[in-house]
Write a protein that binds this ligand. Structure first.
Ligand SMILES: [Mg+2]
Length: 406
């Protein structure tokens, strides 16, 4: 087995630092946000975030066995060490890579603080001062995913008029790019399992897209997400039907496992097609990029393998002239980490913001100004990611039955 522990002997004394503890906590926002801290013996603590949901705290706790005593400045080596040490735990993909992503981000934050530079500097430097945001929106009430079931509000909440009204509201907040969900209850008729769209379902979606376009015009960028629901033929029929609306992209039309099906859909339509959020590490995205199976790639840095892994994906995308728009459903911590990434890659397009309904989203950080202003985030110049948690707000929103950083 390859040994990714430290084999180097020469390092300046001021950078001879050790990790003393890695811990996590779960904050209940609109999702269960996994926040991660890496404490060092140099008086610096790095903060990161891993993609939402269960399993991450246990894996973070486990990594203390081999990461305590390591040098937090060796970010790339430590990411590989986690993957290698946990390869028998499915470490090359899935939740282990998600946990490793959050630790990797916390390591970059610690490294930036130790070296007194912002994280974008460590990722290669700056292409832009401000990162453009697209706002994930929900017509009516956002549907709730509880215990594995999707609960829709009544059908009126998803009327074309409701979509248009929400689009107007969000554009008036200053956003210049929006995304809505386009998968809906009608997709389950006449059969909830086979992934075929009825003519009525496609007509309903067309009406929604038309109503939003009529309300906000064509100067606002507009995307729709379908959450991997359809067969290839239904995906194509929908994409053809929406071509006239000049969408920014249609997202996740077909299930994510089959690259050939994805390519077939992407190549069939002039509507730009996006995917990437549920793939792990560069290995699960390269083929799509080299074969032009996607028009816009949407990896999630907090689950795909962290910031450096997303830079590697962006490199391959750039080589193939494909833009990168990171998926993001994080608290301000993970979001700000993605902002540094957006500053540091040439082919960055927009970053998702997915917490419109969380009124205290900004309050989680100690700062004067809201993170997002007029649809953009200014790239921080403070060392590390440039965020500080408000511990009182954090404690007030911990997942029920859990304690703070442990
Ligand atoms: Mg999506």
């Amino acid at each position: 087995m390859r040994d990714y522990s430290n084999h180097t002997e020469h390092r300046a004394a001021e950078r001879d630092v050790e990790i003393t503890e890695i811990r996590s906590c779960v904050v209940e926002g609109n999702f269960e946000w996994n926040l991660i801290e890496v404490e060092t013996d140099a008086g610096v603590t790095g903060i990161g975030e891993a993609y939402r949901g269960g399993g991450v705290p246990e894996i973070v706790e486990y990594t203390n066995r081999f990461l305590v005593g390591e040098n937090p400045l060796d970010v790339e080596r430590l990411f590989r060490r986690i993957v290698q040490e946990m390869s028998g735990h499915g470490g090359t993909t899935g939740k282990v890579v998600t946990a490793a992503s959050g630790i990797e981000i916390a390591l970059w934050d610690a490294a930036g603080k130790l070296l007194d530079v912002p994280v974008y500097q460590l990722l290669g430097g700056k292409f832009r001062d401000d990162v453009r945001i697209y706002c994930d929106c929900h017509a009516g009430e956002a549907y709730a995913v509880e215990d594995g079931y999707t609960e829709y509000a009544d059908a009126e909440a998803y009327s074309p008029a409701a979509y248009a009204a929400e689009a107007r509201r969000v554009v008036d907040m200053g956003f210049t790019a929006l995304k809505f969900d386009l998968d809906m209850e009608a997709d389950n008729e006449p059969d909830p399992y086979n992934g075929r769209l009825s003519n009525a379902a496609i007509a309903e979606k067309r009406e929604i897209v038309a109503a939003v376009r009529e309300e906000i015009g064509y100067d606002v960028d507009l995307a729709f997400d379908c959450h991997w629901d359809y067969t290839v033929e239904s995906a194509k029929r929908l994409a053809y039907e929406l071509e006239e609306f000049d969408l920014m992209w249609l997202e996740d039309l077909v299930p994510p496992e089959n690259m050939t099906a994805q390519k077939e859909v992407t190549r069939a339509t002039r509507t730009p097609v996006a995917t990437g959020e549920n793939r792990f590490r560069v290995h699960e995205l390269s083929e799509l990029l080299y074969d032009h199976g996607v028009d816009v790639i949407t990896p999630d840095p907090t689950t795909v393998g962290g910031l450096a892994e997303t830079v590697r994906i962006a490199d391959r995308a750039e080589e193939n002239y494909i833009p990168v728009s990171p998926h993001n459903v994080c608290s301000p911590v993970g979001t700000m980490a993605c902002v540094h990434l957006g500053a540091a890659i040439p082919n960055f397009d927009l970053l998702e913001y997915h917490a419109l309904e969380v009124e205290w989203w900004d309050d989680l950080l100690v700062r004067e100004e809201p993170v997002i202003q007029d649809g953009y985030v200014e790239v921080p110049e403070e060392p590390g990611i440039g965020v500080e948690l408000d511990r009182e707000v954090l404690d007030a929103h911990l997942l029920e039955g859990t304690s703070g950083f442990t």
